[in-house]
Ligand binder design. Structure first.
Ligand SMILES: [Zn+2]
Length: 237
């Protein structure tokens, strides 16, 4: 298990829903912003179908606000929502083109996304949006660098993305030492207050602490008290 490369300055985190970053990856984001890196978030949906009993028209803006507050806790101020429909995001050229556009606009060296595999492990299905978005993010890194695949994009191609790191449970190749940032990761997740309150009767702080404890468990072969795991893809060269 190797440490993830950190010789870069700009990172772009692209996920399907508000809260996808906060269940673990935000601990690494806090470490990177502490290092002076410029990290930005792009959310494909606003998570408006995420709270039972709450109309999506009210839920969407609420969850966007919670995501912005979560981002601020770990030093991220630029948060963009693409407005895809929560729950029915489809993998395809439209999604790839929109993601290639944001990659060209933000020009990241490191792209971060979440698990796109069919499952989280045996018998635990991953959601349709996660499967579509994670895979499209990886494809869009290459699309963003190619001038011919989406000629309708006005932004110039961006060939500077060197890595994509997928925050996953299985297939982990690299890790980030987050011992110093676990507490901020818990606070970042706690900002999803309405969402977590609707999810469970357990107090929000206890839910968040338990989730981050699981997400930052020590990794075999990686010398850190707390760590977040990623599957690293290398591009270019
Ligand atoms: Zn999600």
């Amino acid at each position: 298990m190797e440490p993830i490369p950190e010789d870069w300055q700009r990172g772009l985190v692209i996920v399907a829903h508000p809260d996808d970053i906060e269940y673990g990856a935000a601990a690494a984001v806090a470490r990177w912003t502490d290092q002076g890196k410029d990290i930005r978030y792009v959310l494909v949906t606003s998570g408006e179908a995420g709270i039972a009993g709450l109309n999506p028209r009210q839920c969407g803006p609420l969850r966007e606000d919670e995501e912005r507050a979560s981002a601020a806790v770990v030093g991220v101020t630029e948060v963009e929502f693409l407005g895809y429909p929560d729950g029915t995001v489809e993998y395809g050229p439209q999604l790839r083109m929109d993601l290639a556009r944001v990659i060209r606009q933000h020009r990241p060296e490191m792209v971060v996304t979440a698990n796109f595999r069919e499952t989280w492990g045996p018998g635990v299905l991953n959601s349709a949006d996660h499967r579509a978005v994670g895979l499209a993010v990886l494809d869009a890194v290459a699309d963003a660098a190619n001038e011919w695949i989406f000629p309708e994009l006005v932004e110039p191609p961006w060939t500077g993305a060197r890595w994509a790191a997928v925050n996953a449970m299985v297939g982990i190749t690299h890790a980030v030492d987050v011992t110093a940032t676990v507490e901020r990761a818990v606070r970042s997740l706690c900002e999803h207050n309405a969402y977590l309150t609707a999810l469970s009767a357990e107090p929000v702080l206890e839910q968040a602490a338990r989730q981050i404890e699981m997400a930052t468990a020590p990794r075999p072969g990686f010398d850190a008290e707390r760590a977040v795991g990623f599957e690293l893809y290398v591009f270019g060269g």
